[in-house]
Design a protein around this ligand. Structure first.
Ligand code: EPU
Length: 313
């Protein structure tokens, strides 16, 4: 939907008047993503309180201006043309968590790696199965992020969400219909925003949890190109096979488009150099998909979420 500049400017002014959170115009978004790519948001708000989140969504809803939520930007590809409407990133009170016995309640913008470290320190196990997947709590719930050891859904109890019209509601894990890299939030358009998530963990000796984390960190370091900019795995694994293995088998390591290439270390990672564009990433993804489909008959699905305005849409 094309939004008129006047409507965007008018809505931004209402937000500036009504929110405590900072509102900016034409904000470059590349710095909020692990790829470091993408254009500007028409309006960008670092939302620091639940009250502001509710107000912002209600204002945008009644004006008909779309809202896009960014987590840690580790699983998104933002178009070079940027994102129309309002882009929000949670901060402030959404960046805090509490531990009560075996229950942990964390705001949507808490980094999952920080939460894993803190719960391990407190002698609580379960979240470390997601260790190594970069992302915020909200992003991990939305994507049901995980590794071969387990997924976000394994320990999730429920989430407090704010609906597109600004009303709060509680969604249980069952309501979220979570499966491999999927939650129902992905089908809801516009999706509710995850304000907080509650997890139930198991008590275990802290040093045992930490040694599992150290072991997994070592394996990840050995198999993934962690010193390059990427967005983690580009494609979801098809069934019980591995997208990385398939791309590798097709001889595509090192295939490039502009300054983006298929990693030589792990074929399901695309890594970027100076001068890379989001359009190059997308073109390379299409070429890889086509080559894998021709060679194996398997069609890979993108794990990375495409955000913003794309020329072909
Ligand atoms: N493989 C190759 N060539 C490659 C890459 C992998 O032959 O270039 C082989 C490996 O040798 C292994 C198999 O493929 O036998 C699976 O590879 P790996 O153990 O690296 O796991 P993966 O299925 O590629 C998944 C998650 C990762 C997560 C790892 C570790 C997906 C799409 N990826 O990768 O998650 O870190 O397991 O648990 O589910 C992410 O989602 O962004 C992500 C990095």
């Amino acid at each position: 939907m094309i939004q008129s500049t006047d409507l965007i400017t008018e809505t931004a002014q209402i937000l500036k008047d009504r929110l405590e959170s900072p509102v900016s115009l034409r904000e470059p978004l590349a710095k909020y993503t692990t790829f470091g790519l993408g254009g500007c948001a028409d309006v960008f708000v670092n939302v620091g309180t639940l009250v502001d989140l509710r107000t912002l969504l209600a204002v945008a809803f009644s004006a008909g201006v779309p809202v896009t939520v960014l987590g840690d930007g580790s699983n998104v590809l933002i178009s070079d043309l940027g994102v129309r409407g309002i882009v929000i990133k949670l901060a402030g009170e959404f960046n805090t968590f509490t531990i009560d016995g075996r229950e942990v309640e964390a705001g949507g913008s808490v980094g999952m790696s920080r939460l894993i470290a803190e719960t391990a320190r407190a002698g609580l196990a379960g979240l470390e199965n997601v260790y190594g997947v970069p992302g915020s709590v909200g992003g991990c719930v939305y994507m049901n992020a995980g590794t071969r050891y387990g997924w976000t859904s394994d320990t999730l109890v429920d989430v407090l969400v704010v609906q597109p019209d600004g009303k709060e509601s509680l969604m249980s894990r069952d309501d979220l219909e979570m499966s491999y890299r999927h939650s129902r939030l992905q089908q809801m358009n516009p999706a509710p925003v995850v304000a907080r998530a509650r997890f139930r963990l198991e008590s275990e000796d802290s040093s045992a949890i930490r040694s599992r984390i150290a072991e997994r960190a070592k394996a990840r370091q050995a198999s993934q190109p962690l010193n390059h900019r990427s967005c983690g795995c580009m494609f979801t694994n098809p069934g019980s096979d591995s997208a990385g293995r398939l791309i590798d088998e097709c001889g595509l390591k090192g295939l490039s488009e502009g300054s983006v290439s298929v990693s030589g270390k792990h074929a399901n990672f695309f890594v970027t150099d100076e001068g890379a564009t989001a359009a190059d990433v997308r073109k390379l993804a299409e070429r890889v998909r086509n080559r894998v489909r021709e060679r194996t008959g398997i069609t890979l699905d993108l794990e990375v979420r495409l955000l913003g305005e794309w020329p072909d849409e």
